[in-house]
Design a protein around this ligand. Structure first.
Ligand code: PAF
Length: 279
């Protein structure tokens, strides 16, 4: 595996490649990331991964400085997956000057749910992803459904900018007890780790209520929030939304059996976890 940090060198290395499959990451790789690499391999060749902890998507009080950085272990994992190039730019490589041009997702998608609680997050994500796409020029790129809203925003961005990159969605990788794998799980204490799968259990309860025909969605959401709060979580949201645009479904949508997804974010101790479940 070639490890490349400069954009120019990356372009030289990938010149003439027409079927590149790309997986952008922020490192601290776990089995979920590796499943994205395997999916990428099924959709293209060579597979290119990136590791870059993107300052633009962290708020001033978020965990940019303490975000886990495990470069050597990550390299070993990617080598085992047969990744051809690891693009691992420094901040100076990717942002040699302040990144003033930005991608601003539309408010009705970028400022709801995660965007409401992490202002500027999707601006930072979209900007870095567009820039990484411009460096790697992939034919396909793989994103996990764990970050459901991110996946949708990137997909819409690729469509609206007519990018020649197809966005592939990967299923969420879960631990045996149901907890969605995430680099931030490493922040959890032993007791918190034992409690953490409750988020997924509650999403399942919500999904079962809806499947069972309960259409009082705001009541179901509130109950789920209360249940989390009772167990010492600090929920930001539990929201049942339309899969197509992440907006709240109207009565007519429910009647027409619109496909739904329940999304949630909640803090357990100091760790903020997100998860979702298609209903
Ligand atoms: O999902 C992530 O790890 C990040 O948001 C991404 C897509 C690599 C952009 O920094």
């Amino acid at each position: 595996m070639k490890i490349i940090s400069s954009i120019e060198e990356l372009r030289d290395q990938l010149r003439g490649q027409l079927r590149t499959a790309f997986v952008p990451t922020m490192g601290n790789l776990h089995e979920g990331h590796l499943s994205l690499m395997r999916l990428a391999r099924r959709h293209g060749d060579p597979v290119v991964a990136s590791i870059f902890v993107n300052r633009l998507q962290f708020g001033p009080n978020e965990d940019f400085d303490k975000y886990p950085r495990t470069f050597q272990a990550d390299v070993e994992k990617l080598e085992k997956e047969g990744v051809y190039v690891l693009f691992a730019p420094t901040e100076k490589d990717l942002y040699p000057e302040p990144q003033e041009y930005r991608v601003q997702p539309p408010n009705d998608l970028g400022d709801i749910l995660e965007g409401e609680f992490r202002p500027g997050f999707f601006n930072g994500v979209s900007t870095v992803v567009l820039k990484l796409f411009s460096c790697v020029q992939p034919r396909v790129a793989v994103f996990g459904k764990k970050d459901y809203q991110q996946l949708m925003i990137i997909r819409n961005m690729a469509k609206q900018f007519a990018l020649p990159t197809e966005i592939i969605a990967a299923e969420t990788w879960r631990a045996e007890d149901g907890l969605a794998l995430s680099s931030r799980n490493g922040y959890l204490s032993e007791t918190e780790r034992a409690e953490a799968p409750m988020l997924y259990q509650i999403l399942n309860q919500v999904a079962n209520e809806v499947r069972g025909g309960n259409l009082n969605l705001s009541n179901i959401e509130q109950q789920a929030m209360q249940e989390l709060s009772k167990r010492q979580w600090k929920p930001d949201y539990v929201a049942i939304r339309k899969r197509v645009d992440l907006q709240a479904p109207s009565a007519a949508d429910l009647e027409n059996q619109e496909a739904l997804v329940v999304l949630s974010a909640a803090k357990l101790g100091n760790t903020r976890l997100i998860d979702n479940l298609e209903i």
